[in-house]
Design a binder for this molecule. Structure first.
Ligand SMILES: Cc1ncc(COP(=O)(O)O)c(C=O)c1O
Length: 387
């Protein structure tokens, strides 16, 4: 059997009629760049996120970058974030000319440790940028409280958290702005590159709208220097169709995570993800932690199971950030996670047989390792005995 890490084809097949019809509407209206289909999706996505406004842009990276720019963040400013994220979070800060400052993450949630936030604040700090990693929000209440006490903006990197909740509220709707990626593999993915910002702030909304469209609010009247980060009409309409399915897809991911948890808890050598009491996780990524990762991944791969590492090198140790002179040991929790995490297949269309197959091979690997030491029965016998 083969279990891919992600299967976008089966998702398309399940909604192909809706998608094909929607795409034809955009093409016959020739509404390719921005336009009514993007506007409709913006309204729907804002409402889904419990926010007043949504602005469609070119990618998640640009969503973060434009949100920071629109908040006036630039050279000489510091923005506090975490090192165990996709590099785009930190690139967005650098692209504004500001300086990223890292704080380590909590070992259970893998998100910003609020206890470490206050000591990282200086007189140059302008904003805090927590990352809702793998589909679970950071612990936003203490982060918001500290940020407000020091007069800092909070921008949520919700690029992996479409529909996740923090104490009942949707990811992205709690800070000053929430930024999303609609990269194809995300829980809500376009058929190409796209991103979005949500906010309750009308001035911020107008600024981001202006920045994404060459700094103009009226044609050829350029008030500020902007960029071209308009969302494609085709992406807007695909996202609108897929948004209708997102709640059931997220529920299915949660159901699969629950099966993984039931089947794999207690397997010696595997640390499963923790759903924090404040969170409703939407499992964009199902990352477990293991010690002998190379051998584990080789065994999964040999048996036809797709897996990945999110992310193997924390951003402070990336070559691109060498100039900051940060050495290994500075953020021990993020570094430990980078050494141990492995992502298992996780997408709503996973079949019962595929889930069982993944569980079987994860169990077999760890029971086999233990078994080699004990030299009694075979891993298959152990698994059959339900151990
Ligand atoms: C946490 C995080 N931030 C930012 C981004 C950037 O999004 P995009 O790839 O759409 O530019 C991603 C995308 O993978 C992400 O996972």
């Amino acid at each position: 059997m083969k279990v891919p890490f992600l299967d976008l084809k089966s998702q398309y097949q399940s909604i192909s009629e809706e998608i094909d019809t929607a795409l034809r509407h955009v093409i016959s209206a020739t509404a390719f760049s921005g336009g009514p289909f993007v506007e409709r999706f913006e309204e729907q996505f804002a409402s889904f996120c419990q926010s007043k406004y949504a602005i469609g842009v070119g990618s998640g990276t640009e969503a973060l970058w434009l949100a920071l720019l629109a908040l006036g963040i630039g050279r000489g400013d510091e923005v506090i974030t975490v090192p165990n994220t996709f590099i785009a979070t930190v690139e967005a800060i650098s692209l504004c000319g500001a300086t990223p400052v890292f704080v380590d993450v909590d070992e259970q949630s893998y998100t910003m440790n609020p206890d470490l936030l206050e000591e990282a604040i200086t007189e140059r700090t302008k904003a805090v940028l927590p990352v809702h990693l793998y589909g679970q929000t950071a612990d936003l209440a203490p982060i918001m409280e500290i940020a407000r006490k020091h007069g800092l903006y909070v921008i949520e990197d919700a690029c992996q958290a479409h529909g996740a909740r923090y104490r009942g509220r949707r990811a992205g709707s709690i800070g000053d702005a929430g930024c999303f990626s609609f990269y194809p593999g995300k829980n809500l993915g376009a058929y190409g590159e796209a991103g979005g910002v949500v906010t309750d702030n009308p001035e911020l909304t107008s600024k981001i709208r202006m920045l994404r469209d060459h700094g103009q609010s009226r044609k050829y009247c350029h008030e500020v220097i902007g960029v071209n980060s308009r969302m494609d009409g085709l992406q807007g309409v695909v996202l609108g169709v897929k948004l209708r399915h997102l709640p059931s897809w997220n529920a299915e991911r949660r159901r699969i995570a629950e099966i993984y948890r039931e089947q794999l808890s207690g397997v010696d050598g595997v640390i499963l993800p923790t759903e924090m009491d404040y969170a409703q996780h939407i499992y964009h990524i199902y990352a477990v932690r293991v010690r002998n990762r190379d051998a584990f991944m080789a065994s999964l791969t040999e048996n036809g199971i797709g897996c990945g590492i999110h992310y193997p090198v924390p951003v402070h140790l990336q070559q691109a950030y060498n100039f900051m002179g940060m050495k290994k040991g500075k953020f021990p929790v993020a570094e430990k996670c980078a050494d141990e995490v492995v992502s298992l297949p996780m997408f709503p269309e996973l079949t019962k047989e595929q889930i069982e197959y993944v569980v079987y091979w994860v169990k077999s690997f760890f029971l086999h390792n233990r078994q080699l030491a004990a030299e009694t029965t075979t891993p298959v016998q152990l698994f059959a005995a339900g151990k």
